[in-house]
Write a protein that binds this ligand. Structure first.
Ligand code: ADE
Ligand code: ZN
Length: 322
């Protein structure tokens, strides 16, 4: 068996961010929407830095208008993931892009996404679960509405609640109500932190929001006492090395802290974040980590096991996948 063939588990994937550019271009053409400015000459997404990336990301979402669009998107994304060896995936879903946080509309979008997920499970052997996510730079009021959508639809498919977007916008504690609401509905919690801000943001995510997983979290490496705390608590980091490198947080694979975090006992997992934006796939992440750190099959199997243990789905689902 080669690394490419290892079954892998992904915990950090944005559904819209995983949209193949050709799919978005086709949808825009169908709807007569001109978003040609977000594409490079070779057809890939084009952006200059993280903050521009967020704008291009939102522009790429404009042709995604109906539940049927999201059904097609989900199938396109899962086809790509399954082709790269992913057997279980958790994806961030934003009611901001699915019905503008209107609960009745959100239910319709969700039904379409779940329908696609069921189809993919039957035909491609990949299982999908959803993590509802507010977008930090849209502010705490919208996050509250998002949390209500999440709480009302918590169940077999919607298993978690998180927060993404611009980490330098506002404070995590401003989102405490939303996270409390989600927790009370039985949802498991994660938050993007320690990607653009330093270690304090990771501490805030744990103490102010009570999350059990951290999206990215890699800048914890700047405070070794925090790293040891994460290891002790068993906090899981949803590390996205290719994303961090494409966005310029680290200059290359060997400079990425994932190995240091792993060696110090932190539960790291491997994820793609927004694969076409970062020209990556799960297979490529495995390959690049293997080259950079000489990680062998045993390490990747152990990390996939950590990811499955940390997955937000129920025990029956885990047992079926394992
Ligand atoms: N939304 C999509 N990708 C993201 C990232 N890398 N950081 C924060 N928010 C995001
Ligand atoms: Zn992310």
């Amino acid at each position: 068996m080669t690394l490419k063939d290892l079954p892998n588990v992904e915990l950090h994937l944005h559904l819209e961010g995983a949209a193949p550019p050709a799919f978005i271009r086709g949808l825009a053409r169908e709807k007569h929407i001109d978003i040609s400015g977000i594409f490079a000459e070779d057809g890939s997404y084009s952006y200059t830095d993280f903050w521009h990336f967020l704008k291009v990301y939102e522009a790429a979402c404009t042709p995604l208008q109906t539940p049927e669009d999201f059904r097609r998107l989900t199938l396109a994304v899962l086809e790509e993931s399954a082709a790269n060896g992913v057997i279980y995936s958790e994806t961030f879903l934003s009611p901001d892009f699915c019905g503008n946080r209107d609960l009745a509309a959100w239910r319709d979008y969700l039904a379409a996404i779940e329908d696609a997920a069921d189809q993919a499970e039957r035909t491609m052997g990949i299982t999908l679960r959803g993590i509802v996510t507010p977008i930090r730079h849209f502010g705490p009021d919208k996050a509250r509405e998002t949390a209500i959508c999440a709480a009302e639809t918590a169940g077999r498919f919607i298993t978690g609640f998180g927060i993404g977007g611009d980490e330098r916008s506002g404070k995590l504690k401003d989102f405490r109500w939303a996270f409390d609401c989600a927790r009370e509905a039985g949802l498991r919690l994660t938050a993007h932190a320690g990607e653009w801000n330093g270690p304090q943001e990771v501490r805030d995510a744990i103490t102010d929001l009570g999350v059990e997983r951290i999206g990215h979290g890699v800048r914890a490496i700047e405070d070794l006492a925090l790293v040891d705390e994460l290891a002790e608590r068993g906090t899981v980091l949803e590390v996205c090395p290719g994303s961090n490198i494409a966005l310029g947080i680290y200059p290359g694979w060997r400079a990425h802290p994932i190995e240091q975090l792993y060696d110090r006992g932190v539960k790291v997992t491997i994820n793609t974040d927004d694969p076409p934006f970062f020209h990556t796939t799960m297979a490529r992440e495995y390959d690049m980590l293997n080259r950079a750190f000489d990680w062998d099959e045993g390490v990747f199997r152990q990390i996939a096991r950590t990811a499955l243990d940390a997955a937000f789905c129920d025990a029956d689902t885990k047992a079926k996948i394992a």
